[in-house]
Write a protein that binds this ligand. Sequence first.
Ligand code: SAM
Length: 297
Amino acid sequence: MSPDGGGDPDAEGTVSWRELWRETERRVGDRRVARWICEVASGADGDEFVDALDDPATERMVAHLDAMVARYADGEPLQYVLGRWAFRHLDVLVDRRVLIPRPETELLVDHALTALPAHPRPWRVADLGTGSGVIGLSIAHERWHDGMEVWLTDVSPDALDVASANAAGLGRAAVAVRAAQGSWYEALPASHRASFHAIVANPPYIAPDDPDVEPIVRDHEPHLALFAADAGLAHLARIVAGAGGWLVPGGTLLLEIGSGQGDAVTALARDAGLVEVEVHLDLAGLPRVVQAKRAAT
Ligand SMILES: C[S@@+](CC[C@H](N)C(=O)[O-])C[C@H]1O[C@@H](n2cnc3c(N)ncnc32)[C@H](O)[C@@H]1O
């Protein structure tokens, strides 16, 4: 596509966004996807994009649009192509450094938000294996109050860079956010032992040889974010084993799990001395979240 801008990449051409949207729809075969790509290329979202439909695009914008369409046509996940994705109330930066946030993780956040008010303020929360930061940042955004601390940790410095960039876009609630690199509890300051009201994690839980992993996931998302040894249970087991030492008495552990791991993670939690172990089902009736507590006394 050429905007006919005469050489200056920022000069306006003659092709309008209405035409570019139609052409992009023809190329990607989906009107909604075409619109999202055009919105990112134009820098205008929602109503702003509708208002700009008859404006001409610049050469630079059309080059960006073409590059995104080519990546999408090559099979790259739409979220990486767009460089952003929506999670609950947030619009977060996502790229190949992090897992694409999934709808089932929104459910994990729901359970964390329900569990927290049982504890006195100010709350201290850990989001272990934070990736793009969506879990901890949603908790900070939706339950922010003075004195709250939300720790975002990841073993991957690249992931932590993405989470920190997303934290910067959070506004006032960003004052609650701390970022720390390291493997599970090793990222947290030793002085914070036994002080977390909630520990929330969506760790890697897929068995490396799982035949059901879609090629688009296996080929594009970081394997560090996806796969775990011991039939996917290795990281879940480590987090469960350490939770009692980092939660306040009565504090809550919340873990996203694979749909076949409910019984195994429940057993791990009981073996670790945690109490009130519950498995929460998703909308399809599948076990996807395990909740457990450190005993109150
Ligand atoms: C399934 S992704 C979850 C990302 C994000 N929390 C979400 O829900 O979208 C798992 C994350 O755990 C991180 N991770 C893997 N091994 C880790 C370890 N030993 N310690 C801390 N984080 C780890 C990965 O880098 C990845 O960001």
